[in-house]
Design a binder for this molecule. Structure first.
Ligand code: SF4
Ligand code: SF3
Length: 544
């Protein structure tokens, strides 16, 4: 049977091979086709902007922003709205037409840079430009590995851009790398080198976002976050975009509507700037994949600022709002350019007419262990390592997901030796952040740095420990990596860690389907990348 679609970009891909009939995530073949075409035209315009830069011509920030937004739209669970994707393709093609007019040398540009079909041609073109259009499986694997890393990088860049921070060098790299994935003359070795260079810019991108977030909202600090509910109506905000949260908190102040975080928005509570809002009530629910039952129970409106949105049930569809790169057909979308104040008043009006959230649980969780906070605690931490009270750290950052196999991470956390401390970031933490794992001399055994992009903090912490212990190699630290991945932001985090020289990362619950056997071998041989085994075996492997 002919494939209706082919997508293997996330960990939940069908049969660990590829979604071919409909996405496990809910993506339809019609949306998948337009996402393939959006990637194709985005690579095309990137070949044009790369050539413009080679000619010494400037590329406007709005073009850079469009390219990062296009990539973000195609990340797993970001946008299920075919019309929104079609509009992004149209807009990209029209911008490209303008750029081509000012380009002096258009010779030898790839087809993607020159193609400019009408909407009636979109479906036919999409069918020829997807992942499988690259026949050699190793080249395909590397092109996709790079493209997915760039999608993750684009997501992080987008959040920095929303806080009015740009990095032209980063955008130039991102676009040149996209263009290189169209270049049939590149060898496997050259693509491997490009993969590692993508990791370097992954570090830069996370650093840029860290700077944007901390300059705007201060450095995260140890914080206790309530996970119960209050009696007022509420708005639940999910995703990663702190600027959206700030605007929502400002606009809900004094309205009698509380604001709760969900999933990856939890770490917002750790920032000093958001503590001044008395109606910033707490965190509701868990990681993204439980949203159907949790959004139902929340009773009020939900604002999705980024992935991961699950196609909603009819019962709460009219309460689900999207903004930024996200889109769901039938759900209302709030627009707003960078630097503009988005108007969340219709969401607030809806909230006022809704009952208060249904209580899911009570209690609290503690987090806020980003770089500055951990540096402030360096002395007790270092002493605990020197005395042997802390034997080892294990980085368990990354993503959560719905597969039963991910119970591994909960069990692994529960069964960890009591002298091991978990360093985490991303939504993976929901597998163990409500367990009572205790502390070691006052140092909690789960140190949550924040969102997945705050894996940057974990890298800084590791580098700081390396300096304090006067080690030559980051791999000589008492530090293991057992990372859970789901979507493409985890890919850029992984590439960033590889670039920083981290070896022997365990990646689960399954290795990416987009790694061909040969590419997987390269990662195993050069970086010691491995999958996971049973909890018992892995505990012995990591801790003896
Ligand atoms: Fe399948 Fe994942 Fe692609 Fe969705 S994003 S279609 S689940 S591989
Ligand atoms: Fe989670 Fe999507 Fe990856 Fe940001 S919200 S870590 S899965």
């Amino acid at each position: 049977m002919e494939n209706k679609m082919f997508c293997f970009q996330c960990q939940e891909t069908a049969g660990c091979k590829g979604c071919t009939v409909r996405g496990v995530c809910g993506k339809t073949p019609e949306v998948a086709a337009m996402q393939d075409l959006l990637i194709y035209v985005t690579k095309g315009i990137s070949a044009v902007t790369t050539r413009l830069r080679e000619e010494g011509q400037p590329v406007k920030p709005k073009i850079n922003h469009m390219i990062t937004m296009n990539l973000f739209i195609t990340i797993t669970n970001a946008n299920f709205d075919r019309e929104a994707v079609v509009e992004a393709i149209r807009h990209t093609l029209s911008c490209k037409t303008e750029l081509l007019k000012v380009l002096s040398n258009t010779s030898n540009l790839p087809d993607a840079a020159l193609w400019n079909g009408g909407e009636e041609e979109f479906d036919a073109k999409a069918a020829t430009v997807g992942v499988l259009a690259t026949e050699n499986e190793d080249i395909r694997s590397l092109r996709e590995l790079i493209t997915y890393g760039l999608k993750g990088l684009a997501a992080y860049t987008k959040h920095a851009n929303a806080l009015l921070l740009d990095d032209e060098e980063l955008d130039a790299f991102l676009q040149s790398a996209l263009a290189k994935t169209l270049d049939d003359s590149l060898t496997v070795d050259e693509l491997i080198a490009l993969t590692l260079e993508t990791g370097k810019y992954g570090v830069n991108g996370m650093a840029l976002l860290d700077r944007a977030n901390t300059e705007a909202y201060g450095n995260p600090e140890i914080t206790t976050v309530d996970i119960g509910v209050r009696n007022n109506p509420g708005i639940l905000i999910s995703g990663h975009d702190l600027r959206d949260l700030e605007m929502l908190l400002e606009q809900t102040a004094g309205t009698g509507v509380d604001v709760y975080t969900h999933s990856e928005m939890l770490p917002a509570h750790y920032y000093p700037a958001f503590k001044k809002y008395p109606h910033f009530a707490g965190n509701y629910g868990n990681a993204w994949w439980k949203q159907k039952e949790e959004f139902e129970a929340f009773n009020g409106p939900i604002l999705m600022t980024t992935n991961c949105v699950v196609p909603p049930a009819e019962s709460y569809k009219d309460r689900l709002w999207t903004t930024g790169a996200t889109g769901v057909p039938g759900c209302r979308h709030i627009d707003g350019a960078y630097g503009e104040v988005k108007d969340f008043s219709p969401i607030i009006a809806q909230a006022k007419a809704c009952p208060a959230p249904t209580e899911l649980e009570t209690g609290s969780i503690v987090g806020g262990f980003a770089h500055e906070q951990v540096f402030a605690l360096a002395e007790p931490v270092v002493n605990a390592v020197k005395s042997g009270a802390i034997r080892k750290f294990v980085v368990m950052a990354g993503c959560d997901g719905r597969h039963k196999t991910r119970e591994y991470y909960k069990e692994f956390a529960e069964k960890l030796p009591k002298d091991v401390v978990i360093l985490t970031a991303g939504c993976a933490k929901y597998k163990y952040n409500k367990l009572d794992l205790g502390d070691i001399g006052g140092i909690p055994r789960v140190l949550d740095a924040g969102q997945c992009n705050d894996s940057y903090s974990l890298a800084l912490i590791a580098l700081k420990l390396k300096e304090i212990f006067e080690l030559d190699d980051i791999n000589d630290l008492p530090l293991a990596f057992n990372i859970a991945w789901y979507e493409q932001k985890a890919v850029i985090v992984l590439l960033a860690l590889l670039y920083l020289g981290v070896k022997n990362i365990h990646l689960g619950p399954t290795l990416p389907a987009f790694l061909s056997p040969n590419v997987a071998d390269v990662l195993v041989e050069n970086f010691g990348i491995a999958g996971i085994g049973t909890v018992e075996d892995d505990l012995i492997l990591f801790f003896g």
